[in-house]
Design a protein around this ligand. Structure first.
Ligand SMILES: CC(C)(COP(=O)(O)OP(=O)(O)OC[C@H]1O[C@@H](n2cnc3c(N)ncnc32)[C@H](O)[C@@H]1OP(=O)(O)O)[C@@H](O)C(=O)NCCC(=O)NCCS
Length: 186
């Protein structure tokens, strides 16, 4: 799938970026850790969400955006989690190469991967990120659903979305990593 997105920040280069979204390959993994460090800073692992990422990521939901010339531009991954006894997925990390941020690559990765998550039968997605950014994808404050993360988090950044209508009805409580061997783990 090749996409061309007009820049969303006028201060960035005004030329659209030609890029494609692909499933993440094993050869790309060595490039992704440095990309995450550049996008989030090296202290990123101290964040509460990393307590939910000590196991394999969700199967089939790790994607990269590659420039038409082959360069890695961005990456998105999801992690299987439990809300009490209810399975869900944690969106992120989502990292876009700093030099091309604000030009539509992040949004395209979120839209593509959420579509695939729905296709694979996932029912609930949570994220810790900018509310304005994720509200556009239907995320709402997690406090509305009584969801709790296993550590400190800015409550405005913690959000949730039903991927299937009604999936969060009656679901609340502490979020934990999905047990190893849970279906849907890579
Ligand atoms: C946040 C991030 C993933 C967004 O991806 P991106 O490719 O830069 O952004 P996009 O071009 O897809 O989106 C652009 C739109 O989102 C908005 N946006 C971008 N970054 C934003 C942020 N941090 N907070 C709020 N809005 C943001 C832009 O204003 C723009 O809005 P518009 O479409 O209404 O003009 C990227 O900037 C990034 O990697 N940042 C550092 C790491 C990070 O914070 N990751 C997200 C944590 S979950």
């Amino acid at each position: 799938m090749t996409q061309e997105f007009a820049p969303s920040r006028v201060s960035q280069a005004s030329v659209p970026i030609p890029f494609e979204i692909h499933p993440e390959s094993s050869e790309e993994q060595a490039l992704i850790e440095p990309l995450l460090d550049r996008a989030f800073g090296p202290d990123r692992r101290a964040r509460t969400v990393y307590r939910l990422r000590d196991r394999p990521p969700a199967e089939g939901l790790s994607y990269v955006a590659r420039h038409a010339d082959g360069r890695l531009l961005a990456n998105i991954r999801y992690w299987p989690v439990m809300i009490g006894k209810t399975p869900a997925i944690l969106l992120g990390p989502l990292a876009v190469e700093p030099s091309i941020q604000g030009r539509g690559v992040g949004k395209a990765l979120v839209a593509h991967s959420l579509g695939e998550a729905i296709r694979r039968g996932h029912r609930i997605c949570i994220v810790v990120g900018e509310p304005d950014y994720y509200a556009a994808f239907g995320f709402r404050p997690a406090s509305e659903f009584g969801l709790i993360l296993p550590g400190p988090v800015d409550p405005h950044r913690f959000q949730a979305r039903e991927l299937v209508s009604g999936a969060l009805k009656g679901v609340s409580g502490l979020i934990s990593p999905a047990p190893v061997g849970t279906p849907g783990q890579a």
